[in-house]
Design a protein around this ligand. Sequence first.
Ligand code: 16G
Ligand code: MG
Length: 548
Amino acid sequence: MPPSSLRVVYAFAREMHPKTSDVFIQYGTAGFRTKANLLEHVVYRMGLLAVIRSRVKNGRTIGMMITASHNLEPDNGVKLVDPDGEMLEQSWEEIATRLANVSDNDLESTTAEIIKQVNADMSLKASVFIGMDTRYTSPRLAAAASNGVIALKGTPKEFGIVTTPMLHYCVKCRNDNTYGTPTEEGYYEKIVGAFKNIRQKLPVYGEYNTTLYVDGANGVGGKKLNIIKKSLDGELDLHLYNLGGNGGKLNLNCGADFVKVSQKPPVGVEHVPFQRVASLDGDGDRIVYYYVDDKDNMILLDGDRIATLLASYVTELLKSADATDLKLGLVQTAYANGASTRYITEELKVPVSCVKTGVKHLHHAALSFDIGIYFEANGHGTVVYSEKAKKAINNISKDGEPEQRKAAQLLLNFIDMTNETVGDAISDLFLVETILCAKGINVKQWLQTYTDLPNRQLKVTVKDRNAISTTDAERRCTSPEGLQTRIDEIVSTYKSGRSFVRPSGTEDVVRVYAEADTQESADKLAAEVARAVFDLAGGVGTRPELPT
Ligand code: 16G
Ligand code: MG
């Protein structure tokens, strides 16, 4: 493309998506995320960047998802998806940030600079898949994304309202047709089809029952389950709540993040004692389970629980298939409950690694195993299978002894049911339901595998959260001076105490995590550490109170 045609970039910007705010915005752990009314020019510019990225990748398709996940309705966001359905390569985050923040007058020249810097051949075709969540600001932003793509002569394809993982899946399929068909229907066929296949091989038995309640967070995940529900023939009896009607507000007092962080059941769900409930987040890439007991206590089964359930089942299947030479490993973050890590290492004897918060870090680390399971405690996770593992399992499914063949065939269905590109609430839901059914257990039995250490999360507002730097997968902080020593002193006075602090990647706060032997101690430990952060890292506002 001759440089003169970059004029269109400026013309579109000025006429349709002008930069109206000087607020600096940064491509963070999950793309750009802020108030929706500050985003239109950013999304337009990401449309430009997606085209450049597609050309750098030889015309392979790039994804753009318009969503602010579990944030409340007034926020929105955008993130780019790489050709294999993974998060945008990290080195491009800085490029994205630069392009998002230049003035309209400098947009054309900055675009030219970036094209040169990344060595994009602008004569190639470029393809960009665009998806959005249910926010009322999303259609407008999706249109801005399309315009960005068109301005650089790429081809946009809008998928309308889809979950984030569906978009990742479609991008992957478009670039690798062995993975599936790049449409919403293709997604259902593969994932739900695999679930139905398994159910035929593993009939319902034991304490498992097929009734599942779902909290849809008034977002896109519940809506899609409502479509899936119609195609299930009694394999799973879904009762769906918080589907976005009846005045229910997106993520407000409901959804996976609310349930996990507040440790309270969501509004809008009918609660029957001991009935298992799956709670999704607003864009359908996170899931936690919970139930309410007969005394109205909520018992949470979070991402760590799902990870351990997956690890124990995959281990069993690998044993039955006599494929134990395949290396299975699990990846967690510092937020993983200490009890889960102990259970995985000591009981399941599966190796665990701990990485920094953020899906890209977990995903990357999981790829180093033949079969890698990764989960954040907040419910984001999936399983990735190497080509070596897929081949070996496939061979056993054909040539193994009858029992081995059976296990390998189940594993193949299990692989099909997994969205390997990114954590996916819908895919994870089917994985969990399959395992509970295979083991013939109910939610109380699932809980009995280990006992979570009580924990508490708090946030502290400080002048500059980047004054906090961390090391050792965020488990220790290296600045400000003296803070880690102070945390160590505080923690040493608590039985089974553990605590760490880190700057949030999505909010202007410092996060505090604490766990200890009792809830009271965990609450107090968290508060003491929050006060240390406030004192040593430039706290703003009121000093955090100790619990009374
Ligand atoms: C983003 C991340 C999520 C992480 C969360 C932490 C992705 C797709 N999402 O939502 O994995 O748990 O940020 O938020 O990477 P925080 O930095 O504000 O604690
Ligand atoms: Mg999400």
